[in-house]
Design a protein around this ligand. Structure first.
Ligand SMILES: NC(=O)c1ccc[n+]([C@@H]2O[C@H](COP(=O)([O-])OP(=O)(O)OC[C@H]3O[C@@H](n4cnc5c(N)ncnc54)[C@H](OP(=O)(O)O)[C@@H]3O)[C@@H](O)[C@H]2O)c1
Length: 283
């Protein structure tokens, strides 16, 4: 049995934690409001940005998953979670007599600023222009500089149950796409985010960096038309000012796949089909 701490135990963290608890691992889930951590996870109320609140964290932790997310898209929130929180947690565990075997950090493909539809893998330059990408990269660098072994998983846009924003926009006919270019987007189903983290934990010597996306970067237009067809919604329209503003790149998860992870949802088609079926089942 291993002892696992999930720091920032929200959606992906809870999915992962509950599946680890099912395997009889001992799992703690930390957040400021831990009443909603998943089944089988022991809640810890603490604030990663407040070192004093972290002092009572359990001893002899084998693995940490840092899956905290900024609740707001502003620089102060990002700095608090992806830089200060990381620094606080590392300082605490580096001082302990028994260090964790490894920390896993869920970063984002937004650290890549590529905007011309380039192929991106782990060897591609990460030169973020946005504060979000820059602060995530700063967090990654803190982990890399730590004495504790660390693996970063750069996730694409997470989708799946509980994340209905895009589906609702398509249904309402207000989702649109750029009219001037093919615009590639990258995503990973939430079940695969948790599954990939579980897979990496089981590897004796994982690499320091993986990209976590599915196997098909898809143009925004193709995705919106596909969803509209499934939903019987109006045809999405081209717009000079599109409803989403993510970068334009084609990320590859080949390293993760070569490491033996099998995606439950290899493309948006399987993933959204499952999400839409759940959605219809719940109405
Ligand atoms: N959403 C995406 O499309 C996307 C894309 C790429 C990467 N990621 C990364 O993937 C990971 C998982 O995302 P998710 O959607 O599962 O996140 P989520 O559901 O929003 O969960 C994040 C958790 O972090 C906790 N948290 C935030 N600030 C905290 C603090 N100061 N102290 C303690 N806990 C704190 C939140 O709880 P409280 O607010 O109650 O404390 C929440 O439980 C995150 O690291 C995220 O950055 C997400």
């Amino acid at each position: 049995m291993t002892r696992v701490l999930i720091a920032g135990c929200g959606d992906v963290g809870s999915l992962l934690g509950t599946s680890l608890a099912h395997e009889d691992h001992e799992v703690w889930g930390l957040s400021r409001n831990p009443e909603s951590v998943g089944l089988g996870i022991r809640p810890i109320e603490a604030d990663l940005a407040d070192p004093g609140s972290l002092k009572g964290l359990p001893a002899n932790i084998d693995f940490i998953f840092y899956t905290a997310a900024a609740g707001r898209r502003d620089e102060a929130s990002y700095r608090q979670v992806y830089v200060e929180g990381v620094r606080n947690l590392l300082t605490l565990f580096e001082r302990r007599r028994v260090a964790p075997r490894r920390i896993f950090f869920t970063s984002s493909t937004s650290v890549y600023a590529q905007e011309q539809g380039e192929q991106v893998d782990e060897s591609s330059p990460a030169l973020p222009q946005s504060f979000a990408g820059q602060l995530l990269l700063e967090g990654e660098e803190l982990f890399r500089a730590s004495q504790i072994p660390c693996t970063v998983l750069r996730l694409g846009a997470i989708y799946g149950q509980g994340r209905a924003g895009l589906i609702n926009r398509v249904r309402q006919g207000v989702a649109n796409y750029r009219d001037d270019e093919v615009h590639y987007t990258n995503r990973m189903h939430r079940i695969d985010c948790a599954g990939a983290l579980r897979h990496l934990m089981g590897m004796p010597d994982p690499e320091e960096l993986y990209i976590g996306v599915d196997q098909e970067p898809v143009s925004e237009r193709e995705l919106l038309f596909w969803l509209a067809e499934q939903l019987g919604a109006p045809e999405p329209q081209a717009a000079a000012t599109p409803s989403s503003r993510s970068g334009n790149k084609r990320c590859s998860s080949e390293r993760l796949l070569k490491a033996g992870y099998r995606l439950r949802y290899p493309t948006f088609r399987e993933g959204f089909a499952a999400q839409l079926a759940e959605f219809k089942g719940s109405v």
